[in-house]
Design a protein around this ligand. Sequence first.
Ligand SMILES: Cc1cc2nc3c(=O)[nH]c(=O)nc-3n(C[C@H](O)[C@H](O)[C@H](O)COP(=O)(O)OP(=O)(O)OC[C@H]3O[C@@H](n4cnc5c(N)ncnc54)[C@H](O)[C@@H]3O)c2cc1C
Length: 490
Amino acid sequence: MPKVTIIGSGFSSLAAACYLAQGGFQVDVYEKNRTIGGRARQLIKEGFTFDMGPSWYWMPDVFERFFADFGKKTTDYYELVRLGPAYRVYFEDGNYLEIPNSFEGILDVFEKEEPGSSQVLAAFIKDAGHNYKIAIENLVYKPGISPLELITSDTIRKLDQFVTTISKQIRKRFKSPKLIKILEFPVLFLGAKPQDTPAFYNFMNYADFVLGTWYPKGGMYKIVEAMGSLATELGVIMHTDSGVQKIETLNETATGIVVDGRFIASDIVLSGADYHHTESLLPSSLRGYSEAYWDKRTFAPSSLLFYVGFDKKIPEMRHHMLFFDTDFDKHAAEIYDTPKWPEEPLFYASFTSITDATVAPEGRDGAFFLVPLAPDLKDDELLREKYFDIIMARLEKHTGQSIKEWVSFKESFCLNEFKSDYNSYKGNAYGMANTLMQTAFLRPKIMSKKVNNLYFTGQLTVPGPGVPPALISGKIAAELILKNLKDGGR
Ligand SMILES: Cc1cc2nc3c(=O)[nH]c(=O)nc-3n(C[C@H](O)[C@H](O)[C@H](O)COP(=O)(O)OP(=O)(O)OC[C@H]3O[C@@H](n4cnc5c(N)ncnc54)[C@H](O)[C@@H]3O)c2cc1C
């Protein structure tokens, strides 16, 4: 039985592990941290359970598709609820809009905010739905080897949407600054400014408004547990607390890895750790990309995160709340153009205990707060405290109550931990952005450019950032490995 060792246990690694075990490999996963899940790890403290990273469950079809490949369903492992409202967005004038959990309801919200806009939205979402179908059927499951992968009769008809941006597309159709912010929000998951993201990615608006916002009861970590169980059922062996120190090669071919000073021989090495870090485990002559290459890429933002336990239930909270109550463009410029800590940050708050009684002690709320930041900034406790105070003050102002005094504990996580816990390049939170010049075959390659039998998966390669793309990335990498093996190796 051929043997593959996988570096890291994020979603992409776990997905790849399942497909490779199903394909007949002996699979061993080596994870540096104490638990599996990568950026989707869990923090349990004083009776509270927090998802440490992802919190939005979008594109439920991708998860179903993954489990169906193994004759399973998500319901075999976890229970999903569709959130209603999906989320609340606060604006500069102190008001908010809520996105209901039906498209009809969303059309009403638009019509009230900007008369005539519901019809425009219906047409926009019809096009976005068409793009979603094209993306899922023709694009995102492709290995990013050749530009030809992108050329289909459908994509040729959509060529204009690859050269114009989503920001232009939206602003041409809608006037209300509030609706524009709501429509530009989904592509933030792709890691770049809406002004730099191709209009074709409006399929994220279809995911938002039509496919809906879901929540796995118990939290996003349920998906990690589900994939971990499936992998174990398929015979995969997980090794936690096992950081990989080196990838060994002979004649430009990977021969195994070194963990705790011990050589572990392997026919194939696949890494789901950050691409840049993985290449640092090789001698510099065998790295496919130079430091200058990485330095020039547009990375997804990093984040300042807080996990907070409150002494009581806080009225007026929602499961997902976006605070777009300051200048969106200014904060974006402070992430991408002139990197610095934002003067007036936008932020996101998630009170999962509103939906799920299992994640907080009775009569109390737990919350997760996120401020997007440029990668590679200075990070220290004083700065973190300053931003915690800003968040609390804004939350209090918008909901007209005192909140900070009810904080029982808080833990923070920022650039320093992204680097130390995940070996993240410049402390990025979710990989490399999906700009036009960093899409599909233009992203770092799944197959090492210089080392035979070494492969990559995860958010720095195809298709890009996010949990659904990570599942897809694992599948693409595993399929490429199985194909190359069948064709007699590479
Ligand atoms: C704060 C935050 C919020 C997010 N929100 C959402 C969201 O709401 N919805 C969504 O879909 N996506 C979201 N994302 C993005 C999503 O979580 C990621 O894109 C996805 O989890 C990445 O998976 P991955 O497998 O590529 O990498 P990772 O999860 O980073 O996995 C890589 C693993 O490799 C390990 N590793 C690194 N170096 C070594 C080594 N030398 N040896 C062994 N192991 C090593 C790391 O410890 C890690 O476990 C969010 C991300 C963050 C950080």
